[in-house]
Design a protein around this ligand. Structure first.
Ligand code: SAH
Length: 269
């Protein structure tokens, strides 16, 4: 507890994708000395309760409005040195970071952000996939399809998918028909590989569904996946089995870079 009138710091901490062990060391250390923690729904409560001190006030924000959330954090920051807003994955993706930061700024409450492992990365890890491969794609787009939140101009799935790069599609498992329509409109072939990971990293609950543009919806239906899933479309999917992979230049023996001289010197491309 602080004795001065000054506010403690509110830390926005990325809790990671579900496995409590995927919280960062920094996040865990902050939780271990937190006076109060507000977590976002069932996804992250285990990380909070596992390391929080017994005296810590822990609350769930699932029934709170954004106004309630900022008021709660400000009130706790008046009483505690360390207050935590625990969010799934990374706080910079599809959270309410800025909406909550603004009232805190207005109240003069100091705040910091600790990044977390996004579910997009946990999904790649679960399936042993790489979002980038030399000469296949060097670009990954994090997006969603339009639900209640409208997509800004130029960001419709057909427009984004026209790049034929990796697409990590959040918040869209119940809108797979829109995902499919968007990819088709952008010219993706029916046999384009697709991946859906449900509860990536959750011990004992993770589900990996592989399919193609033609059948991924049916496969997800068969697996009973209706929530908490990452939809990935990418020309890199399944590369683990490719016999003729173009190797990264970085480890090519003939490629000189900052840290290693080529065995047979050649100019870098
Ligand atoms: N900030 C979070 C995203 C929050 S939006 C992050 O960085 O991961 C919520 C969406 O994230 C869900 O609809 C789902 O698409 C995805 N998601 C969150 N946790 C997930 C998990 N463990 N496995 C798969 N997808 C997940």
């Amino acid at each position: 507890m602080t004795t001065s009138l000054a506010y403690g710091t509110v830390w926005f901490v990325g809790a990671g994708p579900g496995d409590p062990d995927l919280l960062t060391v920094k996040g865990r250390d902050l939780i271990a000395r937190a006076g109060a923690i507000l977590f976002a729904g069932s996804l992250v409560n285990e990380a909070a309760t596992r390391w929080a001190p017994a005296s810590c006030e822990i609350a769930d924000s699932k029934d709170m409005t954004l106004g309630d959330i900022s008021s709660w954090l400000i009130a706790q920051a008046a009483r505690h040195e360390t207050v935590i807003r625990l969010q799934t994955g990374d706080p910079a993706l599809y959270g309410t970071l800025i909406e909550v930061v603004q009232p805190l700024d207005a109240a003069g409450v100091p705040l910091r952000v600790v990044p977390g492992v996004s579910s997009a990365m946990a999904s790649a890890a679960a399936a042993v996939e790489s979002f980038t491969l030399p000469e296949v794609t060097q670009t990954t787009i994090f997006t969603r399809v339009e639900g209640r939140t409208p997509m800004p101009e130029g960001e419709s799935l057909p427009e984004l998918a026209s790049h034929h790069c990796t697409l990590c599609i959040f918040l869209s498992i119940t809108l797979l028909h829109k995902v499919e329509a968007g990819l088709r409109e952008a010219g993706w072939a029916e046999d384009s590989p697709m991946l859906v990971v449900h509860k990536a990293s959750w011990p004992g609950e993770e589900l990996i569904v592989r399919g193609t543009l033609a059948d991924i919806k049916q496969r997800c239906r068969d697996a009973g996946i209706v929530s908490q899933a990452m939809v990935i479309a990418s020309p890199t999917l399944g590369a683990r089995q490719w016999p003729n992979l173009t190797k990264s230049k970085l480890y090519d023996a003939s490629f000189t870079h900052r840290f290693r001289r080529a065995s047979t010197p050649k100019e870098a491309p």
